[in-house]
Design a binder for this molecule. Structure first.
Ligand code: 13P
Ligand code: SF4
Length: 354
């Protein structure tokens, strides 16, 4: 039997941030125009996460696609007539789109864009862990492979984890949670549920440091602290608002504070600036405190999405997400359960366009 301490023991290879060639404004505009034309030609839409480059988020909005958190990205694909979804984000987001929309072609700018949580939870080891605890309801975070989702009873994202676990706890179910230990711990605290927790972590959020946050807070005493729950417990404890990317964006827009210290991937600043241009956004400190990219608040896999490789996949039709049908059908069940729960409980989007 795999002991909890033994889960997520593998070393995650974190790639360096890709260095995209600098484009002049003219080159950038020309590239954007080509992408717009290709989207029309291919009857395709962009489905982008808040962490990808601002140019990609802007293009998704300008062309009638969506910019959203992982729950809304999943939902959006099921509502559009486009034949092709181009998912700008990380691989699990593309896979979720394909699982929900098998008739659509799903492309991604880079199929190597993974996630440390997904990597920390190999399907065979996870399946053995589930087999060892057959009396537990299996709840997995969306940041997992299709094969791991196929082993789950429920899939959740950060914007719906609390109500779903509360619901399961009220039914008296024993819960096995994977893969994010920090989010799992936060969910336990907030819901009172006791869960068996896989020991995965997000390499980006894990870098936020409480002692440095305290220092920064002293310099900005009126700033509200916004924290994504993939962050360590001692950082979450210092937050004024803990929530999904959508919840943090909403907080910047709606709270009266003029300054915000933000503990999540800096890609989110693009949408925050767009919705609240007069607010000051300050990146929460990481171990590197901005001095080194080994510890900066930007996901190296989200950074693999660029205008250049987006244009290339649209032109060539390469980088298609394909999922074995049996796995797809099994993974669809817990994802659909999450979407049905969201609909029934009015857990909805947004602020994307707001
Ligand atoms: P959200 O669902 O809150 O957008 O989070 C996804 C993610 O990968 C955060 O690191
Ligand atoms: Fe995964 Fe963390 Fe990147 Fe989100 S920020 S995709 S959880 S590695």
């Amino acid at each position: 039997m795999i002991a909890i301490e033994e889960t997520a023991k593998q070393k995650i290879e974190v790639p360096p941030h890709p260095e995209w060639p600098e484009l002049s404004d003219e080159e950038k505009n020309a590239l954007k125009e080509r992408i717009k034309a290709l989207l029309k030609e291919r009857n395709a839409v962009l489905v982008a996460h808040y962490y990808v480059d601002g140019d990609l988020q802007a293009l998704a909005e300008e062309t009638g696609g969506c910019v959203a958190d992982s729950l809304e990205m999943a939902r959006y694909g099921t509502t559009t007539d486009a034949e092709t979804l181009v998912v700008c984000g990380v691989r699990f987001m593309g896979e979720t789109s394909k699982i929900l929309n098998p008739e659509k072609r799903v492309l991604m700018p880079d199929l190597e864009a993974t996630c440390s949580l997904d990597e920390s939870c190999p399907a065979d080891e996870f399946s053995a862990f589930c087999d060892a605890h057959p009396d537990h309801t299996v709840v997995v975070y969306a940041n997992t492979s299709a094969a791991v989702k196929a082993r789950a009873d429920w899939v959740v994202t950060s914007s719906i984890a609390l109500p779903i676990v509360k619901h399961l706890a009220a039914l008296g179910e024993k819960i096995l949670w994977a893969p994010d230990k920090h989010l799992g711990h936060y969910v336990e605290q907030q819901t009172g549920a006791r869960m068996l927790i896989w020991q995965g972590a997000c390499v980006v959020h894990e870098e936020f440091k409480a002692f440095a946050l305290d220092r920064l807070r002293r310099l900005h005493p009126d700033a509200a602290v916004l924290v994504h729950p993939e962050s360590p417990e001692e950082v979450v404890e210092r937050a004024d608002v803990v929530g999904s990317t959508t919840a943090l964006i909403k907080a910047v827009k709606e709270m009266p504070n003029r300054e915000f210290i933000v503990a999540t991937d800096e890609g989110i600043f693009w949408k925050m600036h767009q919705l609240a241009p007069d607010k000051k956004l300050i990146a929460a400190p990481t171990a590197g405190e901005g001095a080194t990219c080994e510890s900066c608040a930007h996901c190296p896999w989200m950074a693999m999405n660029s205008l250049q490789n987006l244009e290339q996949v649209l032109r060539t039709g390469s980088n298609e997400i394909l999922i074995e049908e049996e796995i797809r059908r099994k993974a669809l069940i817990p994802i659909q359960r999450m979407l049905d729960f969201a609909r029934e409980h009015g857990i909805g989007p947004r602020p994307s366009g707001d």
